[in-house]
Write a new protein. Structure first.
Lengths: 206, 206, 206, 206
DNA sequence: GATGAATGAGCATTCATTCAT
DNA sequence: AATGAATGAATGCTCATTCAT
């Protein structure tokens, strides 16, 4: 019960994160519909009033989950050397490969993402957080595409904005698919197809 | 309240469908999470016990919605002459065009579809109904692809099964995208890109 | 569906009795608490509104069950020759034997009787019907006791009214016991004991 | 509302018992059929959700009532000196006297007992609790009878098991009778008759 | 920081009853 | 005589939230 002084400062943050993670996994299992403040508290081994001490409302907790997820999504990638990405076309392929990596190693992330996406329609807070993440992503892709054009590895004639959207849409599609059917060899093959298709699209003159 | 003679015989069916349609729109607005039997009944102008007369449980009503949606999804397409589809490659493009048509004229359908997809993870009944529809769809696409190969308009070297999955995934992706951001010119452009990409994929030898 | 003319007049009565009997068996299985107008109607193969045509309210139906039960209770006995009962002491023993007979051949009767007895506390109608039956029974026993005294087979010194109550209480006791534990050899032995005890009580001078 | 310092620690237990007692009296008045969670809560002056805080389900509350009743039944007796019971025959008479005492001072107990007995047919939990109490009772009587035989105040020739059943049945009978007609002088007389009859049965060689 | 107790508002479901046909 | 449709009034139960301690 009692903590050492040096732990005390981080204790609150710890519990905060702990509760968010539990909520996250509850959503994976039961969806937003099935998320119960009491269940989260129980799994954390605390009273449900205690949870309200950390998160004033259920909504606050959910926003905590969103933040956690968005951060995870941006952070969790295949570790690789910086110079590997020197070629923009490769970097884009790496994006797909990162997706494959996440799909295999943390499939629940996409379940929560799908739940979140739906909920964002009715929760402006969630919508905003997701929008920011997407903006960051599209910004990154824009940079890659323009680098690629400059490097001469991507054809000049592409419609940059539409291409960004196309790539993001295809990656989202993979995520949704995995939520519906789980990760499979079939999905793996499709990712490979998409990589080929995308590379061809980015390089072949019509 | 008023009843035409020719309507009288189908009253029960009417109310059944009426309730399903109302539930459908409630789901569009508030999601599954926000679906309340009482609200549906109220919007239909009947007592909530009456709703239970038609649908024994909430689940039954929801399954009614699924059935309605699946049927709508399969039925609502751009009306066109039979002979137009004679070319299999065209027919596949028509699939995308139908999608565009649905996206514009009945965007709510995709919202419900997304909700359904998520819920199917926890409701075997829904999962089964959706699976059947998807099976029907993939069956249809398989036919088209093989016709196309036979007609010589699609290259022999494609992996038929993977291609089916790829096309369905891309179409689903469009749906999800529209749920998140609504229909937009951007999405319209992406569809066009996808059509081009797909046709190229189906015809160009590597 | 259509009935012959000679059946028509008794049809209504038939359905009436049919419904009462079904209700009776529903009470046996599920108790008053579990009695549902709809279930009775369903088992009779009619619409529940039809049941309301025959019995305006649930209470009416229940009163029908009481009447049916009380009549059954008074009627169902071991068939025996009139002259067998010439001896009043024998006649009283026959009462116990009839009880044994009913216990074995129609145990459900006592279940309903127990349910009824409890319900009579809150339903004046039931209370009255049961009271009448009990009055008839005590009247009959009184006659037997006085005959017995006159015949010299029962001692003059008994308190007639108290003895009537005692006998009725013991018989009720047997009924309740059978409801709780079902009919058993143990109960059978107790009945025999009670017969002996009662005869001794009625004949032995203290 | 007001709380003494010495009561404070046992508040939860208090409310628990309070709710059980209220439920108990509701059953007396309206039977199991008429027991409403809301009414119990209202009479306790608490929100009905509060009742669910103490008793997760209606069934749990009812089981609480059973437990309470069974304990009351075993505990509530005429206070008497230990040495008074030294004679086993007296002790058995005391059983009847205790019954008379309970009948007069807490007649509702037998109403609930009757309701319980009926309900136990459909509720295994209740059945079990009642069975245990009955087992304890029969065990106690067996001890008395065998003591009596050893002491020479009860004849050796009795069938111990059947006698236990007989005594218990007669006591139950008294209870049921009081439920039906309330406590009366008539019932009082019957108890006296039963005591005499039982003593005679236990002592007289046939 | 943490908790036990309490609650308001709500929810799906049930059921006897009614009524137009 | 019979029924399909409809309903009002409950009913047990749930859940996020609050508050005194």
């Amino acid at each position: 019960m009692r903590k050492h002084a040096d732990e005390a400062s981080s204790t609150k943050q710890d519990r905060h994160t702990e509760l968010v993670k539990i909520a996250y996994h509850e959503i994976v299992e039961k969806g937003f519909e099935g998320l119960r403040i009491r269940d989260v508290a129980a799994k954390a081994g605390v009273n449900n009033a205690t949870l309200h001490y950390y998160f004033r409302t259920k909504e606050t907790l959910i926003h905590g989950v969103v933040q956690y997820l968005m951060q995870e999504f941006t952070t969790q990638r295949i570790p690789r050397e910086n110079n590997e990405e020197s070629n923009a076309l490769n970097a884009i392929r790496y994006e797909f490969e990162d997706m494959r990596f996440r799909l295999k190693s943390m499939p629940e992330m996409f379940t929560v993402l799908a739940e979140l996406s739906l909920r964002s329609r009715r929760d402006a807070g969630i919508a905003e957080m997701m929008k920011q993440t997407k903006l960051g992503w599209s910004h990154y892709l824009r940079g890659l595409l323009m680098d690629g054009i400059e490097q001469g590895v991507i054809r000049k004639s592409i419609d940059v904005e539409a291409t960004i959207d196309l790539i993001m849409l295809q990656m989202s599609a993979i995520g949704y698919q995995s939520v519906e059917l789980g990760y499979s060899d079939g999905l793996d093959r499709i990712i490979s197809l998409l990589i080929v298709q995308t590379e061809r699209f980015l390089t072949d003159e019509d």
